[in-house]
Design a protein around this ligand. Structure first.
Ligand code: 13P
Length: 276
């Protein structure tokens, strides 16, 4: 028989451990970041308290809230970012843990308005699909919850413009490792960019990785955002249902058009070269 009390205790210890890891790895500083988990068998969440350093938490400092984020139990007040966590749990019944942090390289991309959507590393395409950038929303307000809403059903890791990063998963270990993958990939993407000759995976390779994702029952990222091609080579449809509605920001649309113009120009230059 499932023991609720044990589960809560295990969750408390795991949150303390993940807070320590986030702080030691420099993904959070001072009172940054927040962590929450669903408490199994209860319609409740266990969350970090607001305004304290999450690197030095103690199990008794954590706060129990209801599914709307209202405090039920605890000496301290819960995270000021619970609206964001609650939105994820509402939209993703498969998610049982959420991690928010400010990892420096990932957050650097977020502060520069650059999503991590290029298929540069096969493992990242397999695990996360890609990492889009949600528009800026004022921290601690509903704006932030609204900014992430279009992305949450399709992605497990997000950059938050001018703010930080957000990952979530089936359990807290999973959500935390996605944060590690996000920051690791941000470093790799930065180095590839600095070396001046990024070579994203070709469309056929990305398509195969997405087929593996689909077979494993992973989320279906918006194909155009993750640069998933169709068999005909176009990136506007993909393994996800072609009739899916997609949401694009103005900047993403402009990027897509710019990429398409660049690709057409490159093809024309190649054609010209080979005919002379
Ligand atoms: P809380 O301490 O209220 O969770 O806020 C930390 C944070 O990082 C806000 O973005």
């Amino acid at each position: 028989m499932f023991d609720i009390k044990m589960n809560e205790q295990a969750a408390r210890h795991m949150i303390v451990e993940v807070g320590r890891r986030l702080y030691e790895r420099g993904y959070i500083a001072a009172a940054d970041g927040n962590i929450s988990v669903r408490l199994e068998g209860r319609r409740q969440l266990l969350a970090t308290p607001t305004g304290v350093c999450k690197g030095f938490l103690k199990p008794e400092m954590l706060v129990i809230v209801d599914e709307e984020g209202r405090k039920l139990q605890g000496d301290l007040n819960p995270s000021s970012e619970l609206a964001m966590h609650v939105t994820i749990y509402r939209l993703r019944p498969d998610v049982n843990a959420v991690v928010h942090a400010h990892p420096p390289v990932g957050t650097g991309f977020a502060a520069s308005g650059i999503p991590l959507t290029k298929p540069l590393v096969s493992e990242v395409v397999l695990t996360l699909g890609c990492i889009p950038l949600a528009e800026y929303g004022t921290p601690t307000t509903e704006e932030l919850a609204q900014a992430i809403t279009p992305y949450v059903p399709h992605y497990d890791a997000l950059l938050l413009a001018n703010h930080g990063a957000l990952t979530y998963g089936a359990d807290l270990e999973d959500a935390y490792f996605k944060m590690e993958t996000l920051e690791h990939f941000a470093r790799i993407a930065l180095v590839a960019h600095l070396l001046g000759q990024e070579r994203p995976l070709p469309p056929e390779a990305v398509s195969k990785l997405f087929q593996i994702r689909q077979r494993a029952g992973r989320t279906s990222p918006t194909p155009s955002l993750c640069q998933v091609p169709t068999p005909s080579g176009r990136a506007t449809e993909g393994p996800a249902n072609a009739n899916d509605r997609i949401t694009l920001t103005r900047r993403q649309l402009v990027d897509l058009i710019a990429e398409s113009i660049e690709a057409t120009l490159a093809a024309l230059i190649d054609e010209n070269r080979s005919s002379t």
